[in-house]
Design a protein around this ligand. Structure first.
Ligand code: NAP
Length: 222
């Protein structure tokens, strides 16, 4: 069993938490308003779930999922996340996040920016390219003919391997999309972003196999 902490327990964090509990992992949720506001969600998830303040939630975790707007990355508890494997689900949208000077040039990916904010952690990007309803509905056990794959990106091979194992446990295959610097290939606007899993209007989504995701990453241009 893995303990997975969530900094941000909204649409994407909450969905990864649901899949984690379904796979038998322990989850510790957190958000910006405090653990008492997560009481109902914890009750819904059952005995494998708890809630705490962000730094406390992260303390006991094997994996910390960061699922907050990119504008809040500078507020993360960097000390508490030192030594942790951090999964970055984020996407930089100026309409929501405002302007972050480091990202506006386009040369720094949002996950590389997160890694800069968390120098003691090891960041792997995952889950950012799939609509949360598709993530919920497309999970399949290993070996299923219609298993869906997600791109991951990171600078540390051991961390990517751990994330691949975690994804496998919750119903997804992983395609290695390269380093954090390469992760623009799965950012908004790239062929691997959203489209492989079908339109938002179809909430059940369309399974996307390994070859489809590999091809989408390879087609990215900038
Ligand atoms: N929605 C999707 O389908 C989807 C898919 C893939 C990736 N993403 C990306 O994932 C990230 C989160 O998106 P979302 O749709 O899950 O957003 P959301 O539903 O609005 O949830 C955001 C969560 O982050 C928390 N939060 C915000 N600021 C925080 C802070 N400073 N410290 C701690 N927690 C904070 C919120 O807590 P409170 O509610 O207490 O403020 C909430 O739990 C975004 O970068 C988004 O682009 C989203």
């Amino acid at each position: 069993m893995t303990t997975v902490a969530f900094i941000g327990s909204g649409k994407i964090g909450g969905t990864v938490a649901r899949l984690s509990v379904a796979a038998g992992h322990q989850v510790m949720l957190s958000n910006s308003r405090g653990p008492e506001t997560l009481k109902d969600f914890v009750a819904e998830l059952g005995p494998l779930a708890g809630a705490a303040a962000g730094a406390e939630a992260a303390a006991a975790a094997d994996i910390v999922v960061v699922a907050i707007p990119v504008r809040a990355y500078r507020d993360l508890p960097a000390g508490a996340l030192a030594g942790k494997l951090v999964i970055d689900t984020g996407n930089y949208y100026t309409q929501r996040d405002g302007h972050i000077a480091e990202l506006d040039g386009g040369s720094l990916t949002s996950s590389a920016f997160l890694q800069q904010q968390l120098p003691g952690a090891t960041v792997v990007k995952a889950f950012n390219n799939i609509y949360y309803k598709h993530l919920q509905s497309l999970a399949r056990p290993a070996g299923a003919a219609d298993r869906t794959f997600l791109p991951i990106a990171g600078d540390d091979a051991a961390a990517k391997s751990a994330v691949t194992t975690f994804l496998d446990s919750i119903g997804y295959g992983a395609v290695d999309g390269g380093s954090l610097a390469d992760s623009w290939r799965q950012e908004p606007g790239a062929p691997a972003y959203g489209a492989p899993y079908g339109p938002f209007s179809d909430e059940s989504g369309i399974p996307a196999g390994e070859d489809k995701i590999r091809a989408a990453l390879a087609q990215a241009t900038r």
